[in-house]
Design a protein around this ligand. Sequence first.
Ligand SMILES: Nc1nc2c(ncn2[C@@H]2O[C@H](COP(=O)(O)OP(=O)(O)OP(=O)(O)O)[C@@H](O)[C@H]2O)c(=O)[nH]1
Ligand SMILES: [Mg+2]
Length: 276
Amino acid sequence: MSLQWYPGHMGKARRELAALMPSQDVVIEVLDARLPAASSNPVITELRGDKPCIKVLSKSDLADPAVTRAWLRHLEAEPRVAAFAASTERPQLTRTRIAQLCHGLARHRGPHKLVRALIAGVPNAGKSTLINTLMGRVVAKVGDKPAVTKRQQAVTLQSGMTLTDNPGLLWPKIEDEGAALRLALAGAIPDTAIDYLTLAMFGARFLLERYPECLVARYKLAATPPTAEALLTEIGRRRGGLGKGGTVELHRAAEIFVREFRAGAIGPISLEAPPA
Ligand SMILES: Nc1nc2c(ncn2[C@@H]2O[C@H](COP(=O)(O)OP(=O)(O)OP(=O)(O)O)[C@@H](O)[C@H]2O)c(=O)[nH]1
Ligand SMILES: [Mg+2]
């Protein structure tokens, strides 16, 4: 299975990003902390070239802290890359660290030059939220679905630094099935492009293997269910995923599971670990 979701505005967004890139000092690539590899966009890597980059692991409150620490070490080892785990729970820390990292990475511009940075990443990663956090007020529309931002938006921080928000960008064909499913499970691909049952079966299998204790606690299970289907059946029973006659409708249980995963209700979970 490969996944294709490349609406018209994304081709335009790619061209606008390419046009903006030469004038920028720093690229802030926003990755989803739960899936830093799958949410790393090869188009952005290519357009960036060897420009300095801050890889922001956003939504780190939703990810497994130990895995996030391992990702930070892994990403920091890349040349001209600084990495930072951000969460809306700690806005002041985000403002301070991003300012420090931008000035450190753009040192070559000289001490009195104002830094220009662009923010890019896959849809729904938290780019516009980051720009609002850095501005200290709402300047960009955010929303819990992909493709909320449809055009570039430049703002100037109090420090004089300029920041440009960009629409979420994917690439025309996501060949890696696991990566496509992780992106969709995290909400980077709209729910119309892939069905809940496929997503939930994938997510349930992964969680049963890696985070069974989170499932047992969240759904008050007596024991770890033996299969993904058994887990969804249990969730359906407990969360009102029942159809006529009281039988569990798996697709309803699947939607409940996907929504609870996205909201972080099952626990802080990472879908990917860095290579050993
Ligand atoms: N839990 C949590 N949610 C976050 C965080 N940052 C952003 N979000 C949520 O993630 C969703 C997407 O945020 P946006 O800032 O709109 O994402 P975006 O990358 O600009 O998305 P597009 O413009 O659609 O590409 C929103 O519901 C935010 O509230 C965070 O640190 N923690
Ligand atoms: Mg946005």
